[in-house]
Design a protein around this ligand. Sequence first.
Ligand SMILES: [Zn+2]
Length: 319
Amino acid sequence: MINKVYLGIDIGGTAAKFGLVDENGNILHKDEFSVSFDGYETPILKTVLEKTEYFVASSGLDFREISGIGVSATGQIDSEKGEVIGSAGHIKNWVGSKIKESFEKKYSVKTIVINDANSAALGEKWIGAGIGHKNIVAITIGTGVGGGIIVDDKILLGKRGLAGEIGHIVIHGDGESCSCGNVGCLERYASTTALVRSVSKLQKENPTAFPKDFEENINGRKIFDALNENSLLKQAVDKWVDDISLGIISLVHIFNPEQVIIGGGVSTRKEFIEALSKKVHEKVMPRFAEGLEIVPAKLGNDAGLIGAIYYLKENKKNI
Ligand SMILES: [Zn+2]
């Protein structure tokens, strides 16, 4: 018999992942549901509340057997109120969602809410790549660039829980426009989307330099697979890694972490992590480089819901 079971929910822009998690972070049962099936006409929160009931029933448990609910959610999350207070993208009917209040009212189970990138950082610290580390900068590289910063074992939340928006630090002051309204943000250069964009541009300019089938669905995997045979691709990836390193170098100088964890699909590419690590180590001041590890994340898509349970357990006394 397991002592305590928690419900972890990771709400993204397309799907919500559900998991029953034990006290050690093991996922006992999990499932996933779309939240974007009707273009958000049904508010995400309404979908998630309904699916929660279904998920718990399908796992054979009663809400009285659940010791707490940890929600990891996309957007700007006020962790104290457990509310969505902003979003860099445009998801209809999402900003203003009172997640904590709705869950506690409907299910009478203590609920915490934390931003998904911050939650993923905590998940990695608990049972992933960051075990045993107290000062971590976690960066997820995908369609955007997300981040979470752990200082002396605690996630840095800032005044309202918004801290860690690494994707919107400015690395090129006269650069490209960003969805946040600013220009030159790290996300515009360091996301996988940015890499794909720059490779597409190169291909249009030099069509004969690429294999014929390359144009269809360019993605990170395709780029890395063809990297060694194509010098133009090498240049594009090198520039991209340079831009990622610019963000990391600033973060290392501000937070003096012992570890930088890189998440997202591209983090599984050993050559990428090695090239990035080399650039960062070369450019940070020597004392900051001592013992600094740059490593891939370990938990993949489960990091968010696992991290939410860690945050719940750590903060139980406060809720
Ligand atoms: Zn931005």
